[in-house]
Design a protein around this ligand. Sequence first.
Ligand code: 13P
Length: 249
Amino acid sequence: MRRPVFAANWKMNNGPSAARAFAAAFAARWTPRDDRTVIFFPPALSVSDVVHALGNRGGLAIGVQNIWTEDKGAFTGENSAPMAKDAGARYVLVGHSERRHVFGETDAETALKCAASVRSGLTPILCVGELLSQREAGETNNVVLKQLRAGLASQSANIVSSMAIAYEPVWAIGTGKTATPQDAAAVHVVIRGALREVAGASAEEIPILYGGSVNGANASALLAAPGVDGLLVGGASLDVESWLTICAG
Ligand code: 13P
């Protein structure tokens, strides 16, 4: 049985002081529970602050929003998987739509970043999703499968079964337009099928999260959709109350 995953992607919000205050306020109200995993993805500069502010509470984990493909070297401005691990991260978002569409990240880079995460013992959450024009052209499944297969390329079945996937339709991110639970479920089925091809029966262990304009009002319905194992939340994770509501759902 997959445990639901609630992941907060703060994007470029909450520097160290704000992140500390948020994490302390959340931790004060959060009752540790072992039936779900809650992951915070602060900006890299705030990771250590969140790690320390959350302490060792069961079910709470930290991740980074991005890493570079190499472990160290002359890559000004980048952070590596070993550094993220050293700072206390356990997860990495790979191929988020903003990385792909704002920063031009390629499928080949997502594969290298998944590999770099795994090499350092971090769990990659590979993000996939189609643009509105691609959905309207009936290309959703093709786009998602291409991103998925490329990102998982060269990973063993064993490794793939320890990863997580996030389906985030680009048109639903930060727009207030949420995919319906039916839309999400339809794509999650396609993703699960492709994961079975790579990982066989252990594909059932891989959580597939939905993301895109999730909020306190729609989170329960999306999470109840067949095949939706968790939520990756941007804007609504920036408010302690709304994030607590979503994580309690
Ligand atoms: P919003 O929840 O703000 O739409 O962002 C979704 C997202 O990109 C999470 O990674």
